[in-house]
Design a protein around this ligand. Sequence first.
Ligand code: 1CP
Length: 386
Amino acid sequence: MADAIDLANVNFDTTSFPALKNDLYLRTARGEETERAPVWCMRQAGRYLPEFRAIRVENKFFKVCRTPALATEVTLQPLRRYATLLDAAIIFCDILVIPQAMGLEVQLVPGKGPHFPEPLRTPDDLARLVDLKPGFSVDAELDYLYKALTNTRHALDGQVPLLGFVGAPWTLMAYMIEGGGSKTLALAKTWLFAHRSAAHELLARVADVAAQFLIGQVRSGAQALQVFESWAGELGPQDFTEFSLPYLALIAARVKAVFPDVPMTVFARGAHYALEQLATDTLYDVISLDWTIDPRAARRRVDTALASRTNGVPRSVVLQGNLDPTVLLGDEHVIRERTAEMCQAFGSSRHIANLGHGMMPSHDPERLRVFLEAVHQSSADLRQQK
Ligand SMILES: Cc1c2[nH]c(c1CCC(=O)O)Cc1[nH]c(c(CCC(=O)O)c1C)Cc1[nH]c(c(CCC(=O)O)c1C)Cc1[nH]c(c(CCC(=O)O)c1C)C2
């Protein structure tokens, strides 16, 4: 049986944190040459871990998010299991806490995923959102996550840096209108073409909340940030340029204006056509790739785009990714081989190893260990061959 968690044992002091012992992720994200590629996994805390499922038996999903001691416990579970194999922790929460804070009810239906009983249907429904109401405060609504970050940063004791995150405006808009996951996003895309100005209004309001939320996360202890545009691939290049990119750029610009040194990552899943724009038209330090993009081509395209840029401060972009998560369903030999090939393809610098999307509930935790070990080995080997 899992040890009982002492819910009263929390530390919300943001004035001093334990010294960081492993800064490999931060150095790499800032573009420095490093001894190997750092590694972590999207959804590294989650349903593939029996210790997570044990906590979920007793606690509803959003209760875990809202109870700092529980969110800390779940965030630390993979760090305990894989110990020194992981180079970052990501705070346990969900992208849908922003729609919740803006006034929409979100339920998590077992076996089905997120469900909004009353999604936005027409532009008139924007009036139901509370973000423009007098007295609304992003920081007050989402204070529970700030507390979870602060407490987790203390509990980590400097083992690895702590990442905060948000969902990007287009992805959150899609959930707010569809009411859950969807194959075609037909309802959300209707807004783009039939209610274009309402779509922009919603995107701008979500971007506003997201930027404030990220700034609050850093103040509370997050040491790096990731923005998840999980439904980017549903947009073609033209619509990505109009409905996603400007808001992704705005979020990074707002956060960087306050915290220029906090590394920021963008994961625009499926937006392979947008690599150049993400590199040249935004301030993200790291671009996270899904597994459908060839890392060699991505590196070439990003570097070429940056080199031909004539205005702005010079910048270099780090790539993150991108093993197909289903490779972890294969045997150890396949995982090692494919991980070595992946590290080779990214090259010996400016790479943060990760999956091309999140861990799946059906994954065997021991297969993730094989992936993590293989990254350590392959990426250190690559540096030696240099
Ligand atoms: C573990 C978990 C999470 N969210 C959900 C679960 C399953 C809940 C359960 O049944 O216990 C519901 C939960 N929340 C969501 C989903 C996906 C549903 C869908 O496909 O529409 C589920 C099952 C929505 C969501 N939620 C998230 C995204 C973006 C990343 C991605 O593309 O997967 C998205 C799209 C982000 C997310 N979600 C979560 C994290 C925690 C930190 C970590 O990575 O370990 C993060 C970063 C945690």
